[in-house]
Design a protein around this ligand. Structure first.
Ligand code: BGC
Length: 376
């Protein structure tokens, strides 16, 4: 009898030890995702952390095609917009999930002057230049390789943009690292160097819908840690003014559902067809400053954003118009996704009073943004 009990106890201890060892492991796998018209192959990487959160990233555009995060019951669902396959992205994409460069957001009239030389950029948004041009960093095939990091998994993406590409001066060598940490954070770290003076403003253009496309984003509760925003003209170029958000629909300092004021009578909302503006972040002495949070009350999902950048563009998916059918046959209608793009101010190359976006040879452009996922 005593022997039987001892054996029983030993089995329980062994079982417990095995269960301990079976704790999920972080992983990074890759698979082919298609071929580009020029014959280059595109690879899709899947990063998974110890909690089972995962993201799919393809080499084309550094595009995040899926991001699976838990709701308050632990159910993992994809919270980003995109397509099921490469062809969708090649046919037409409003920058779904993509890395944006060389210059995130707009540059007026597609031109700027640096060191007395005027540079002419591609005009791909009416008369303005948007998100790096016709073939911006969202439409090039990045070189990707896993990067060893503590406490998570990471993928490094690099791209060398030739002197003159889309009109920009200098060869720009860029490296972006996506890290999925075991603390459920997606960190984006950007680095760039140049061989001639140039302008740089890199960002990430993922469209989030924390309901996983069960509803639009109007009930998502947004906080922006921003006391002022940049009013724009009718072509969405900042006028140069920094306008306090107090007593305007642009006040997200204490948080509110995105839909609360979006239909208010307001010239700025008319210009953007809703929110499509750059907010100037409250300064702090922290390297990674709290910029924004989005809470979705039905799923309980919360995303908090911390950044080294001075501003954030909040775009409420106003130009989605039902013409795109995305993943899982979902039609993307107006306000089905939102973007929160950390960045320097739009049109800075033409507005010298805005924070500097010029990069010189010998300097390294270095910035990072963290999106932390949890539930409440
Ligand atoms: C801009 C929008 C633009 C959209 C393109 C956003 O970053 O702010 O004005 O239409 O990108 O998908």
């Amino acid at each position: 009898m005593k022997n039987r009990n001892t054996l029983f106890l030993a089995l329980i201890i062994l079982g417990f030890a095995c269960a301990q060892q079976e704790a999920p492991k972080a992983s990074l796998t890759s698979a082919p995702f298609g071929i580009l018209p020029n014959g280059d192959s595109v690879t899709l990487f899947t990063l998974t952390n110890v909690n089972g959160l995962s993201m799919d990233v393809m080499t084309y555009g550094g595009i995040v095609t899926a991001l699976r995060v838990p709701d308050r019951d632990g159910k993992l669902e994809d919270v980003v917009l995109g397509y099921d396959n490469l062809d969708g992205y090649l046919e037409s994409s409003p920058y779904f999930g993509a890395l944006i460069g060389r210059y995130g957001n707009r540059i007026a009239d597609g031109r700027f002057t640096l060191d007395s030389v005027e540079y002419t950029l591609v005009q791909n948004n009416g008369k303005n230049h948007l998100h790096g041009g016709t073939v911006g960093f969202d439409k090039v095939n990045w070189t990707a390789a896993p990067v060893e990091v503590e406490g998570g998994v990471a993928l490094g993406l690099s791209y060398v943009s030739a002197d003159g590409e889309e009109g920009y001066p200098g060869t720009l060598t860029t490296q972006v690292i996506y890290t999925l940490s075991n603390e459920d954070e997606w960190k984006v770290s950007y680095e760039a160097t140049t061989d001639q003076r140039t302008v740089v403003n890199l960002t990430q253009h993922t469209y989030f819908n924390l309901t996983s496309m069960k509803e639009d984003i109007l009930n998502h509760e947004l906080v922006l840690n921003a006391p002022s925003f940049l009013p724009v003209d009718s072509t969405l170029i900042p006028t140069g003014e920094l306008r306090p958000v107090a007593d305007t629909p642009f006040d997200f300092t204490s948080g509110k559902p995105i839909g609360r004021d979006i239909m208010k009578e307001n010239t700025q909302l008319t210009y953007g067809l809703g929110f499509d503006h750059c907010w100037v972040l409250e300064k702090s002495d922290k390297k990674l400053n709290f910029a924004a949070s989005v809470y979705e009350p039905v799923s309980g999902r919360l995303m908090e954003i911390f950044t080294e950048e001075p501003a954030i563009q909040f775009y409420s998916g106003n130009f989605l118009d039902g013409s795109i059918t995305g993943k899982n046959s979902k039609v993307y209608n107006q306000r089905n996704g939102l973007c929160l793009e950390t960045q320097h101010y739009p049109d800075s190359p033409n507005q010298p009073q805005f924070p500097n976006v010029v990069l010189s040879p010998g300097e390294t452009y270095r910035t990072s943004t963290v999106m932390k996922f949890s539930t409440k």
